[in-house]
Design a protein around this ligand. Sequence first.
Ligand code: GLY
Ligand code: MN
Ligand code: MN
Length: 430
Amino acid sequence: MKYQQISNQLFIKNRNKFMAKMKPSSIAVFNSNDIYPISADATLDFEQHRDIFYLSGVDQEESILLLFPDALDKKHREILFVRETNDHIAIWEGPKLTKDKATYVSGIDTIYWLTDFDKIFFDLMTEADTIYFNTNEHYRQAVTTQTREDRFILDCKQKFPAHQVAKSFPIMEEIRGVKEPEEIALMQHACNITEKGFRRLLDFVKPGVWEYEIEAELLHEFVRNRSKGFAYTPIIASGGNAIVLHYIENNLQCKEGDMLLMDVAAEYANYSSDLTRTIPVNGKFTERQKAVYQAVLRVKNEATKMLVPGTIWAEYHKEVGKIMTSELLGLGLLDKADVQNEDKDWPAYKKYFMHGTSHHIGLNTHDYGALKTPMKANMVFTVEPGIYIPKENMGIRLEDDVVIQEKGEPFNLMANIPIEIEEIEELMQV
Ligand code: GLY
Ligand code: MN
Ligand code: MN
């Protein structure tokens, strides 16, 4: 791992929160992700399943976490199974977790090799009534592959048909949605790396650079700061490319007079940051670009103020829609008739601002977190309004990550990343 070791106190706290919500006489199991194949002997880089990471800190394939708070033998209340390491593996793949290292990383005393899982699991299941399965119920999930977790669930249902089943997801969604101070510090670190990347770009962008050259600059800056790289596929979209919300080709040349939308951010220790800035390729905004930019910035600032304990996500989006409508009227993009005749299910502003304003962020960029109940302190949300105008070949989005506070306005983890027109122009002129 490139990141500095995280204190296992965080993972101990996280497990305690999960176990406090389990039913009596129940076991919960969390699997690592597979390493996904490309073809021949090639694989994608390993990405740990965020739930086993959140609960144990283990960032290695072929690991299983088992939680059984009512286990008769105390040492079986928390167990980590890891892939047996040996000298051969050490030579070819480097140091994998030993039992001692697994304890150091996770704070779990009982470590077994994965090969012992079936036998120990069978024995513990004879003591338990309920098994918690970790299905993926994220509101945006669209997974078509069978995960290691899926295979475990199918196998377990077949072997233990008389056990009751329960869902881990609602518990994970609730506890992962409210961040611990250590997690907020890690996210701040990710945002600080993102800031370094963005400042580097202000010096680099000029007419004639290619979008992929910008991507390369960012990757360089992120990795040299101990990040694995981008927290999500970067969007580096000049001119009309910014109209395509998920433009990821990043293969065109930045032209004089165009705006450049960059939705680009670093991960750190598996925590995401999520930034969008839109800058003029030549370092100087036109009057029209300024007007649209300031409108987006005002919407962002007003939306941010609403991220306080008690706010309901859906209601918040309706309020942001009203603010955006008023800005679009001011810009002459909508007129009063457009608004009077609008379809309430697809309000007029959606023509220019068609995506959501905020999502939870954390170990996933679109993180777990309660959305239908009131917001709570220490939830972390993005704020990301945009205005996209195809006939003007322009898309402007601005995005920061903010932490809800017990009292007052949220804390902006990206407050140091330049956003005001004057500052951006000044930094680009140097
Ligand atoms: N970068 C992904 C998003 O803004 O949601
Ligand atoms: Mn976002
Ligand atoms: Mn983004």
